[in-house]
Design a protein around this ligand. Structure first.
Ligand SMILES: Cc1ncc(COP(=O)(O)O)c(C=O)c1O
Length: 393
């Protein structure tokens, strides 16, 4: 009889169970919204990236349905063969105008945008200098490129300078940071890194996944927030979080986008978005431009909730965004916190190693523009109850 070559997976899974780190997926059986049902239980939802509530915005729904009726449900091909529809081009044009850049290319996801771009731009002769907490898609792109990978401690600009000083002056270098760090909610050291990029002749790139629709005028991102226009060569944004739908994009020069059309592997080798996704994303840009008060509501809720958690005495790290971690220490403690909150009617996902450091496991909270103050106060009351129970406050 053939022995099971995947038997080692059972050992790995058992080890996760022993450590209290094994998770089953929570199943959403309603819409992605502020109060909803996961696993058949009604909960205040503090776990989505649906910052502006656009997953259920009437205009986006209407445009998606209209696009399905007009163009069908699929694009039928990769972009470079038969899968570039007029609506894909319209979205790229709208995003370029929105971001004030010459051009934009849209990818199937933010992950594909980061990994596809970094791996297309760099070769094994080049170097990538990357913040230690940058997103996994940047790390994977760097590995695929075979470039030399240099990592500086999180936001340590002096350490970044030392790395740059030690690299050969003639070597091509890509300096990269997240705009907003997804697990801690703090902002990248963009202005200081732009200075370094100029001093050392680096390509400057920012991953604005969690800043898209959240930071800057009308949600244009951290380049706008820090007024770094013209100083960042490659801006990645996502259409999957605040924009409510799915996708990622790269904004930059016309030459950069033309090059990615020819060399970025997810663009070349994976089918493009259904036309309804493109139509939905165009509607999301319309909303950002015409209803900026939604972004103000997000920030108002952010301030209310952060203040509440801090007043209760939780360790909320250094967040500057609507992502607020509640740090619990060991992985099993964070998972217990998350599980007890869920029992009490609040969904805040537990996050442990390897996503964050072993002793910095946490639940991550994200408020949205559509939470009411009553929902947020309910969540704060439950955090108090469970925080006391677990000795966190
Ligand atoms: C910092 C960061 N970059 C990129 C991505 C990937 O974006 P998407 O979900 O659109 O693939 C994420 C999403 O988890 C992220 O947090």
């Amino acid at each position: 009889m053939r022995s099971n070559p995947l038997a080692f997976l059972d050992t790995e899974l058992d080890s996760l169970r022993t450590q209290g780190l094994h998770r089953s997926l929570r199943i959403l059986d309603d819409r992605q919204q502020a109060t909803t049902r996961f696993d058949h239980k009604s909960v205040v939802n503090l776990s989505s990236n649906n910052y502006l509530g656009l997953t259920t915005h009437p205009l986006l729904i209407e445009r998606a349905i209209a696009a399905v009726k007009e163009y069908g449900v699929g694009s039928g091909s990769v972009r470079t063969i038969a899968g570039t529809m007029a609506i894909h081009m319209e979205l790229e044009k709208r995003l370029a105008a929105f971001k004030h850049t010459e051009a934009v290319v849209v990818f199937q996801s933010g992950f594909a945008a980061n990994a596809g771009t970094v791996s297309a731009i760099l070769t094994k002769e080049d170097a990538i200098i990357s913040d230690a907490l940058n997103h996994a898609s940047i790390i994977d792109g760097a590995r695929l490129s075979k470039a030399t990978i240099k990592v500086f401690p999180h936001k340590d600009v002096d350490a970044c300078r030392t790395i740059l000083e030690e690299l050969p002056a003639a070597q091509r270098k890509l300096l990269i940071t997240d705009g907003v760090f997804s697990m801690d909610g703090d902002l990248g050291a963009l202005p200081a890194l732009c200075d370094l990029a100029e001093e050392f002749g680096c390509i400057m790139m920012v991953d604005d996944a969690h800043a898209s629709g959240v930071f800057g005028k009308n949600g244009r991102g951290t380049v706008d927030h820090f007024n770094m226009h013209g100083r960042v060569d490659i801006q990645v944004g996502t259409l999957s979080k605040a924009m409510g739908a799915l996708g990622g994009y790269v904004a930059g020069s016309a030459a950069l986008i033309d090059f990615l059309y020819h060399r970025a592997r997810p663009f070349l080798f994976s089918t493009s978005h259904p036309p309804s996704v493109a139509a939905t994303c165009i509607a999301a840009v319309d909303v950002l431009e015409k209803e900026p008060e939604i972004i103000e509501r997000l920030w108002d809720n952010t301030r209310f909730f952060k203040k509440g958690l801090e007043a209760l005495g939780f360790d909320t790290g250094l967040s500057e965004s609507p992502i607020t971690p509640v740090i619990a220490g060991e992985g099993s403690r964070a998972m217990k916190l998350s599980d007890r909150l869920f029992e009490e009617g609040v969904f805040a996902q537990g996050i442990a190693f390897p996503t964050v450091a072993r002793d910095k496991a946490r639940v991550r909270t994200i408020v949205t523009a559509t939470h009411t103050k009553d929902e947020l106060q309910f969540a704060l009351d439950k955090f108090k109850l469970v925080g006391v129970e677990l000795g966190l406050i």
